[in-house]
Design a protein around this ligand. Structure first.
Ligand code: NI
Length: 196
C-alpha cells in the first residue's frame, strides 16, 4: 500500500476500535443499575458558518441531518463526499429544506468562513460549512469521536488525516448510524426521508 493508503486504513481502523470500545463500555454500564448512558456520538457545539454567523446544534433541532468532517484542501475524500451528499440533497428535492447536511472543518487554521463559502459554492447550497476557533472545533471532533491530525507534506505545507464517516443524526440530534453514500442517491434520500 502507498503511505497514503496505509494512513487511511489506520484512520478507519482507529475509528472502528473506538466505536467497538465505546459499545463495549456502554454494554458494561448498561448492565448496571442507574440511568442509561447518554448519547454516544454528537452533542452541543457552537461554531461559525460560511456566512460568518454563529451556528449551534440547536439550529438543527427538528430536522434529520448528516454530519461529516473534512477540510477544503482535502485532495479526494472530502470533494467526493461533498459531491455525494449534494446528490442526496438533490434527490430529496423540497424535502431537503426539512433536513440538512453539515460539513465541519478539521482545519480551522486555513478554513475561514470565506474559504468555506468559496469552496462550498461548487456543491448543493443546503450543505452548511462550519468552522470555528480551534478549541471549539476540537470539542466538536471529540463529541463525534472524530480523529483528525495534521500531517506535514514534503513541500513544507500540511495535509490533514481525518475520519471520513458520515453521521446520520435524527431530528433530536441523536446519532442514528453511519450513513452509506455508496448507493443510488435516491436510496440514500429515502433513508433520510424516514427521519423527517
Ligand atoms: Ni478529506
Amino acid at each position: 500500500m502507498t503511505p497514503k493508503a496505509t494512513r487511511i486504513v489506520l484512520v478507519i481502523a482507529a475509528f472502528i476500535v473506538g466505536v467497538a470500545l465505546f459499545f463495549a463500555a456502554s454494554l458494561l454500564i448498561g448492565g448496571r443499575a442507574g440511568p442509561p448512558p447518554v448519547a454516544a456520538i454528537g452533542g452541543p457545539f457552537t461554531l461559525v458558518d460560511q456566512d460568518g454567523n454563529t451556528f449551534t446544534d440547536a439550529q438543527m433541532k427538528g430536522k434529520p441531518y448528516l454530519v461529516f468532517f473534512g477540510f477544503t484542501h482535502c485532495p479526494d475524500v472530502c470533494p467526493t463526499t461533498l459531491f455525494e451528499v449534494s446528490e442526496v440533497m438533490r434527490a430529496l428535492g423540497d424535502d431537503a429544506n426539512r433536513a440538512g447536511a453539515l460539513f465541519i472543518s478539521v482545519d480551522p487554521e486555513r478554513d475561514t468562513p470565506a474559504a468555506l463559502k468559496d469552496y462550498l459554492s461548487s456543491f448543493d447550497q443546503r450543505v452548511r460549512g462550519l468552522t470555528g476557533d480551534p478549541a471549539a472545533i476540537e470539542a466538536t471532533e471529540k463529541a463525534y469521536r472524530v480523529y483528525a491530525k495534521k500531517v506535514p507534506t514534503q513541500d513544507g505545507d500540511y495535509t490533514m488525516d481525518h475520519t471520513a464517516i458520515v453521521y446520520l443524526m435524527d431530528k433530536d440530534g441523536r446519532f442514528v448510524r453511519p450513513f452509506d453514500l455508496k448507493r443510488k442517491p435516491e436510496d440514500a434520500a429515502a433513508e433520510l426521508r424516514r427521519y423527517l
